[in-house]
Design a binder for this molecule. Structure first.
Ligand SMILES: C[S@@+](CC[C@H](N)C(=O)[O-])C[C@H]1O[C@@H](n2cnc3c(N)ncnc32)[C@H](O)[C@@H]1O
Length: 224
């Protein structure tokens, strides 16, 4: 198993934010939104998107669900600025509220949201258990927690294979971002261990593509 090598937690320099935003995540974002809505569509109340980056997922989500309102948070001001621009261009200022906030200490009351989502952000966080605990805390009982991120490859050969397969058209900087993200990611077992600490069974975490894990759960009543 490759060792976990952390990357910068917050993508808060202009070049990183711009390079990330220039990558085409249309297919993975659409997959995320349709999987989330198929698993546990929110019934009333707001959705929280944690580590929203350039805000593409809340935009897709609002386009699919015309009555939905989203609060989207990130710690990086450059990302929030990009998100603000995309949300305005999509005409969704009235349905998506952006906020600078830390996934490890969310500024919301317990059980504030009908659903909590998070895509591609857990690997940035040095101690992800803090983030999982907060996602659980701010989701209301019976609401949906839907989290997805990359899986750390088992070997250099697997890493190389994934980079060739999924970053063939990327520039050097974008390829380097993808490699760093893979190295910083968790294994499925590490995520299962973390959610079990909160009382969820390990089956709520599954490998859902050649490079992603997904934690899909109904928020339990027991707060740990
Ligand atoms: C790889 S991007 C993913 C963005 C978006 N969710 C997507 O799917 O395109 C990860 C984002 O998480 C943000 N992030 C990292 N640590 C964070 C934290 N502790 N709290 C909030 N956001 C964080 C980064 O600034 C970055 O914008």
């Amino acid at each position: 198993m490759l060792p976990r090598i952390l990357e910068d937690e917050v993508m808060d320099n202009e070049a990183d934010a711009r390079d990330y935003d220039a990558m085409d995540f249309t297919a993975v974002n659409q997959q995320f939104v349709s999987d989330f809505l198929a698993y546990g569509p929110p019934r009333g109340g707001e959705v929280l998107d944690v580590g929203t980056g350039p805000g593409r997922i809340p935009i897709d989500l609002c386009r699919h669900s015309p009555r939905l309102h989203v609060v989207a948070v990130d710690l990086a001001e450059h990302m929030l600025a990009l998100a603000q621009r995309h949300i305005a261009a999509a005409g969704l200022n009235h349905r998506i509220r952006l906020l600078k906030a830390d996934a490890k200490r969310l500024p919301f009351r317990d059980q504030a949201f009908a659903a909590v989502i998070c895509n591609g952000s857990v690997h940035h966080i040095p101690a992800p258990a803090d983030c999982f605990r907060e996602l659980h805390r701010v989701c209301r009982q019976g609401g949906t927690i839907f989290v997805r991120d990359l899986i750390r490859p088992a070997s250099e050969a697997e890493l190389e294979y994934l980079v060739k397969l999924h970053a063939a058209k990327a520039n050097d900087q974008q390829r380097a971002l993808f490699v760093a993200s893979l190295r910083a990611s968790l294994t499925v077992t590490e995520v299962q261990d973390a959610v079990q600490q909160l009382g969820y069974c390990s089956e709520t975490v599954q490998k859902t593509s050649d490079r992603h894990w997904t934690w899909a759960a109904t928020r339990l009543s027991s707060a740990s």
